[in-house]
Design a binder for this molecule. Structure first.
Ligand code: BG6
Ligand code: MG
Length: 224
């Protein structure tokens, strides 16, 4: 295995709660109440894509001009940036710090494939920017997750083949993107479990030994 490519929100840090809080406030300001069910469907989905889903859920998809939608998305982002401003290295999810160190020591390259335009800022607040060998810029992509483009781009930027790489995700859309791009997929938590090559209940279970074992096991199944 040459590289591990990470999703950010829900894998490296628990920013999903901040996204949810910011969307909940924004939705409420236009008379829409959103709950955990819809929140699950927003994971991995771009800012504008998330707004469209919320407006549709509230039956208001035809009520706003493009300019108004951009301003609603900007308002959400301001709330979100206020929430992530307080993040520190202590906000890394359990096991991530050790796992990143294990990968570095083993010479395995590390990439980021997050749909979030706030990714670089969050990596900075978490103190792990320098660990990443490559970061995909989501504003340059044509299609968001579940399209394979974002993970395929990370693999290309590193100069490897997809089957030499692993992708790690918590969202169903993200696992579909990893699988479509042809990487070994690791799913964190229940929603991802039906789709991933290897699923673990939480990031705590991420160790290089366990990953290698499952990665090689899949290769043996393909090429016995
Ligand atoms: C994804 C999150 O990582 O990034 C989504 O799971 C979010 O919830 C998306 O909408 C875009 O993030 P941002 O920070 O660019 O609004
Ligand atoms: Mg995620």
């Amino acid at each position: 295995m040459k590289a591990v490519i990470f999703d950010l929100d829900g894998v490296i840090a628990d920013t999903a709660v901040y996204h949810f809080q910011a969307w909940k406030d924004l939705a409420r300001s236009i008379g829409i109440e959103i709950g955990e069910n819809l929140n699950q469907q927003l994971k991995g989905i771009s800012r504008m894509g998330s707004l469209e889903r919320i407006l549709k859920f509230g039956g208001r998809e035809h009520d706003f001009s493009e300019a108004e939608k951009l301003s609603l998305a900007e308002e959400k982002n301001q709330t979100y940036r206020g929430l992530i401003a307080t993040m520190t290295p202590a906000d890394l999810l359990p096991g991530i710090k050790n796992f990143l160190a294990e990968l570095k020591d083993a010479g395995i390259r590390i990439g980021l494939a997050s749909s979030s335009k706030n990714g670089p800022l969050i990596l900075k607040n978490l103190g792990i920017t320098a660990i990443f060998d490559t970061i995909v810029d989501p504003s340059k992509l044509k299609k968001g997750k579940p399209d394979p483009e974002i993970f395929a781009t990370a693999v290309n930027q590193l100069g490897f083949q997809p089957e030499q790489c692993t992708g790690i995700e918590d969202a169903v859309a993200g696992i579909q993107s990893i699988n479509g791009a042809g990487l070994f997929s690791v799913g964190i938590g229940v929603p991802a479990s039906a789709h991933a090559d290897w699923t673990i209940p939480s990031t705590e279970a991420l160790t290089l030994d366990a990953l290698n074992w499952n990665f090689i096991r899949k290769q043996k199944l393909i090429n016995p």
